[in-house]
Design a protein around this ligand. Structure first.
Ligand SMILES: *Cc1c(COP(=O)(O)O)cnc(C)c1O
Length: 393
C-alpha cells in the first residue's frame, strides 16, 4: 500500500478534496528519465499542459528538463518558473499574434509550426521586430497511436500538423520567409501510448521524411518526436515509473539520424501522472435498487478524465483498508449534476462509510490543469508530501 497509516490520518484531518503530490516519487521518476535519456544525449522537454503546479514545476526545473508549451500562458508560466527561453518550445494550431510576440521576445528555442498561414504571421511579426526565429514544421505522420480517439493526434484527418503531401508547398513559402530558419521537424502522435510499436512506426515514418529532406539538400538540426508515453493506471504501486529505458532505446535503435542531429522529446503524462492522487471523502453511501453508490466530495470538476475519455483510475478506500473491512461493490460518483460524473462503476472496495478517505490514483497528469468551477464549485487546494504535514486543516 502506497499511503501509510499516518498519511491516511493526516488526509482525514484536512478539508477535502485536494490534490496530493508525492514529490519523492516525482524526483525518482526524473532521475530514471535523465539516466535513460542521457545515455543517448537526448533532450527532453516537459509538456506543461499535463500539470502546472508550482511544486511540481520547480522539481522538474531542478532536474534540468526544458519546457514544451502550447499557449502563451504556458510560455509565460515557464519563464516565470525560471525555465530559460532557450529551452522552451511552443506548439499549437492556433497561436495568437500576442502569443507569437511573447515567444519571439523571450527568444524561445523553437516554434513548432502547424500551418502555412501561421508561418506567414510569424514571419511578419519577426520581420517587424527585426528578429530571426527558429521554426520546426509539425508534420502529421499518419501513424495510429492506438489510443483513445480524443487523444490521438497523428492521423491524416486531424486538426494538428501539416500533411506530408503539402511539404513541397510549405518549403516554397519558407523560402520567402527571410526571418525564419528551418531548424527541425516535429511530430506528436497522441497520448497514453503503451504499445511501443506505435513509436516504432513513427521512427520508420520519420526516416522516410528525413530521406525526403536529404534528397533536397535540407539539413535539419533537430528531430522532435513529441511525447505520448503512457503509464500504468491499473498498477500505480507496482509500476510507478514509466518504461523510459525501453522508450528511449527504441528511438536510439530505430531513428536514422544525420551526424550531429539532436533528438528532442516532449513528455508530460509519463513524468507526472503517477505522483498525483486526488484525495476525497465519502459524503454518503446511497443504496440504490441494484447499485450501491459511494458519493464522494470530488467530482469531474477536479478530474475530468473518466467523464471525458472514459478513462480508468484506480480508486482506493484508505480508511476501509485500515479497518480491514470486507469487500463490496460501489459505483464511485461525484456531486456534479452530470451522469458522467462517475469515477468508476462496480469498484470493489472495503465496506464504505460516510467520512472514509478515498484516493483516486494516477491523477497527476491532466487533473488539476483541467479543473473547472462548473456548478460553481470552489477551487481545490493541492499539497505536496512535505507541506501536507506542516499545513493546518
Ligand atoms: C500534449 C502534448 C505533449 C505531451 O503529451 P503526453 O502524452 O502528456 O506525453 C507533447 N507534445 C505536444 C505537442 C502536445 O500537444
Amino acid at each position: 500500500m502506497m499511503f501509510s497509516k499516518k498519511l491516511t490520518s493526516t488526509f482525514a484531518e484536512h478539508r477535502t478534496p485536494f490534490y496530493y503530490y508525492d514529490i519523492d516519487l516525482l524526483e525518482k521518476t526524473l532521475q530514471v528519465l535523465r539516466k535513460e535519456s542521457d545515455k543517448f544525449g537526448f533532450h527532453v522537454h516537459y509538456a506543461f499542459k499535463a500539470n502546472c503546479n508550482d511544486s511540481v514545476l520547480q522539481t522538474i526545473l531542478r532536474s534540468g528538463l526544458g519546457a514544451d508549451c502550447v499557449s502563451g500562458g504556458e510560455v509565460q508560466k515557464a519563464l516565470d518558473a525560471g525555465f530559460p527561453g532557450s529551452r522552451i518550445v511552443f506548439a499549437g494550431v492556433g497561436k495568437t499574434d500576442e502569443e507569437i510576440e511573447l515567444g519571439i521576445d523571450a527568444s524561445i528555442f523553437c516554434f513548432n509550426c502547424e500551418s502555412v498561414p501561421e508561418l506567414q504571421i510569424i514571419q511578419e511579426i519577426a520581420e517587424r521586430k527585426g528578429k530571426k526565429v527558429d521554426v520546426a514544421l509539425r508534420i502529421n505522420p499518419n501513424v495510429n497511436a492506438n489510443t483513445h480517439k480524443y487523444i490521438t493526434t497523428g492521423l491524416e484527418e486531424n486538426k494538428f500538423g501539416i500533411s506530408i503531401s503539402q511539404l513541397p508547398d510549405v518549403l516554397e513559402v519558407l523560402a520567402e520567409c527571410a526571418n525564419l530558419r528551418l531548424a527541425g521537424i516535429h511530430f506528436h502522435i497522441g497520448s497514453q501510448i503503451t504499445d511501443l510499436t506505435s513509436f516504432r512506426n513513427l521512427c520508420t515514418r520519420i526516416n522516410e521524411i528525413q530521406q525526403w529532406f536529404r534528397s533536397r539538400n535540407i539539413s535539419l538540426e533537430h528531430i522532435n518526436v513529441g511525447g505520448g508515453l503512457g503509464v500504468d493506471y491499473y498498477a500505480p504501486d507496482e509500476k510507478p515509473i514509466a518504461e523510459f529505458a525501453a522508450y528511449f532505446s527504441l528511438f536510439n535503435e530505430f531513428l536514422d539520424l544525420n551526424p550531429g542531429q539532436q533528438v528532442h522529446f516532449e513528455l508530460g503524462r509519463a513524468i507526472v501522472a503517477q505522483c498525483g492522487s486526488l484525495i476525497s471523502k465519502v459524503l454518503y453511501v446511497k443504496n440504490g435498487l441494484n447499485t450501491d453508490f459511494a458519493i464522494v466530495d470530488a467530482g469531474m470538476t477536479e478530474l475530468i478524465r473518466p467523464a471525458l475519455y472514459q478513462s480508468y483510475h484506480k480508486i482506493e478506500n484508505l480508511s476501509g483498508q485500515l479497518r480491514n473491512d470486507k469487500l463490496a461493490y460501489y459505483d464511485v460518483v461525484g456531486p456534479v449534476c452530470e451522469s458522467s460524473d462517475c469515477f468508476g462503476k462496480r469498484v470493489e472496495l472495503p465496506s464504505t462509510q460516510r467520512g472514509d478517505v478515498f484516493a483516486i490514483r494516477t491523477a497527476g497528469a491532466y487533473g488539476e490543469v483541467m479543473a473547472s468551477n462548473y456548478n460553481l464549485r470552489g477551487k481545490v487546494r493541492s499539497f505536496t508530501s512535505a507541506d501536507l504535514l506542516k499545513e493546518k486543516a
